[in-house]
Design a protein around this ligand. Structure first.
Ligand code: SF4
Ligand code: SF4
Length: 81
């Protein structure tokens, strides 16, 4: 996961993060923002930059098995076939 958390103790409920996220990862749930589709996060940091409260935590990595993305990790190193 790339976007990790929204700190409820810091969050003011301005919902800027909802408006700025290009992937609709963060959606409103009542008056609060909720990380709804974390698998779609692109680690663009727009929500972090826009949040006036410093409430959002984003990591630069995504927990996607690279073999599934590139299909190149099943072959053994040194394999001839
Ligand atoms: S931008 Fe920050 S303060 Fe505003 S709703 Fe999102 S997490 Fe909360
Ligand atoms: S890092 Fe970018 S894609 Fe991920 S939740 Fe924030 S604004 Fe959306």
């Amino acid at each position: 996961m790339a976007v990790e958390k929204i700190d409820p103790d810091r969050c003011s409920g301005c919902l800027r993060c909802v408006e700025v996220c290009p992937m609709d990862v963060i959606r409103p749930e009542g008056p609060d923002p909720k990380i709804k589709y974390p698998e779609d996060c692109q680690s663009c940091y727009l929500c972090v930059l826009e949040c006036p409260a410093g409430a959002i935590g984003v990591t630069p990595w995504r927990a996607i098995p690279l073999g599934n993305v590139y299909g190149c990790f099943e072959k053994k190193v040194g394999s001839t076939n």
